[in-house]
Design a protein around this ligand. Structure first.
Ligand SMILES: [Zn+2]
Ligand SMILES: [Zn+2]
Length: 452
């Protein structure tokens, strides 16, 4: 008998915290923060201080009150006594905060296993945004690569790479006393790395798994059109081709596939892709691991944007030392304004102030990220601000995006191919929908132990 308890990710997208217990072995698969975490109680400056530790979260029912996992410091003001943890390991599927965001609360002595790529992304964020990034100070961080076999007591955990909207994403095959258990993590298979997901599905299918924890972000009652990464690139290219001015594009900095789509679209239209120093740093960090990425320093189709420094100049001493690294590729608004039709510039909500200097005419803005920002009720105020900027400079707004998650058809195909005895939906708001595609579905409830 093995047991599975979802402390997050049950009938919700994100916040995955999956406890697997098998005899005396206990591991967590992901330890993430739910989207919109605490938004019912916190607002602007009304938010917990570090000194409050877990007390606030326990009181408001935002964190599960579990013994023997949390860090002593965070438990100080709570009625949960610190005890040495009995968790053998935490395995992280990928770097997104809905899978890693609550690592900071765990006891530092619990070993954390993550992919090389995941560590690279997390380290880059820590470097670029130290004030907003806290993953805790874990004493033992082990990195793995696809195909490794990691022993934790009698369990063997096999991470296998999958395609997602961030590099370094993995699914796991876990060999338990009851048989193999598959956890998909987040995955898709409509981009340039689809073969990685196919490899995972193939291996998972060959091991005849006893159970499968399957993500279901897009397991919606009606299947929607599945835009591919190739289509995103083509659409971006056609907007750039028709543009009569500067093209501004927004996409997530760690979405390397999307970067490549815009890079190809820009180059195809004889434009240079301008990135800021942060994106240049991220590309630089990935360069060793992803050979297809262009080299920021030598690629003539990439320039690095420097905004005015505090002293109102572009003097190198005013920038962080790591930013100065890209000075040989420096471009400023002055050079862009001389010939805006030569450039596509990575932009975004927080960079709109640069429009004051770029003063674009006949410009186009391509939004290429999750539709939640454009459709979600919680983003209405930000959307109005964005619209005001677009209106002020008369910028044409376009969107092109494809999901980081598998389409409904691809999910059903993966389930059929892997064909587990038991199917447990995770990371989905449509758990019931899985029943149409498998005869033995167990729908998890938050915090309730499932024995299989
Ligand atoms: Zn996720
Ligand atoms: Zn994800």
């Amino acid at each position: 008998m093995i047991s599975i308890t979802l402390y997050g990710g049950a009938n919700e997208i994100g916040g995955s915290k999956i406890l697997l217990e098998d005899k005396d072995a206990k591991i967590y698969l992901d330890f993430g923060e739910p989207f919109g975490f605490g938004e019912d109680y916190f607002y602007d400056w009304l938010k917990p201080r570090k000194v409050n530790g877990l007390e606030v979260y326990f009181e408001l029912g935002l964190m599960p009150k579990i013994k023997k996992i949390y860090n002593e410091k965070h438990l100080e003001l709570t009625d949960l006594k610190y005890e040495k943890p009995d968790i053998d390991a935490v395995f992280i599927s990928h770097s997104h905060s809905d899978h890693t965001g609550h690592l900071k609360f765990l006891d530092e002595i619990i070993p954390v296993y993550l992919g090389h790529g995941t560590k690279a992304v997390m380290d880059a964020y820590k470097h670029l945004y130290p004030q907003f990034t806290d993953h805790g100070k874990h004493e033992a961080i082990h990195t793995f690569k696809s195909g490794d076999k990691i022993k934790v007591k009698h369990l063997t955990i096999e991470p296998i790479h999958v395609e997602h909207s961030v590099p370094g994403a993995y699914g796991f095959i876990i060999h338990t006393s009851k048989g193999p258990l598959v956890y998909t993590g987040d995955f898709r298979m409509h981009g340039p790395k689809a073969s990685m997901t196919k490899e995972f599905i193939e291996k998972a299918s060959l091991c005849n798994p006893y159970a499968m924890l399957c993500e279901g972000t897009r397991m919606t009652p009606d299947a929607e059109h599945n835009y591919t990464e190739k289509e995103v690139e083509e659409r971006a290219s056609s907007i750039i081709k028709d543009s009569k001015g500067l093209v501004l594009a927004y996409f997530a900095m760690t979405n390397v596939d999307r970067f490549m789509s815009f890079y190809h679209a820009a180059v195809k239209n004889n434009r240079i892709l301008v990135v800021d120093t942060r994106l240049a740093y991220i590309l630089d960090c990935f360069k060793e691991k992803i050979s297809a990425l262009p080299d920021v320093f030598s690629d003539e189709n990439i320039r690095v944007y420097y905004r005015l420094s505090k002293s109102c100049t572009f003097c190198d001493k005013d920038y962080y030392p790591w930013e100065r690294e890209y000075f040989s590729k420096k471009i400023t608004y002055e050079e862009i304004n001389k010939n805006p039709l030569k450039y596509v510039i990575h932009s975004g909500f927080n960079k709109l102030m640069e429009l004051i200097y770029l003063k674009p005419e006949n410009a186009d803005f391509i939004y290429s990220s999750s539709e939640h920002f454009l459709e979600g009720e919680d983003n209405e105020e930000m959307r109005t601000v964005l619209e005001n900027w677009m209106g002020h400079f008369n910028i044409k707004f376009h969107k092109t995006h494809c999901s980081g998650h598998a389409s409904k058809n691809d999910l059903v195909g993966a389930i059929k191919k892997i064909n587990p005895n038991i199917l447990i939906p995770v990371h989905t708001q449509n758990s019931e929908e899985f029943k149409k595609h498998h005869s033995n579905v167990i729908i998890p409830e938050k915090g309730k132990r499932i024995e299989i």
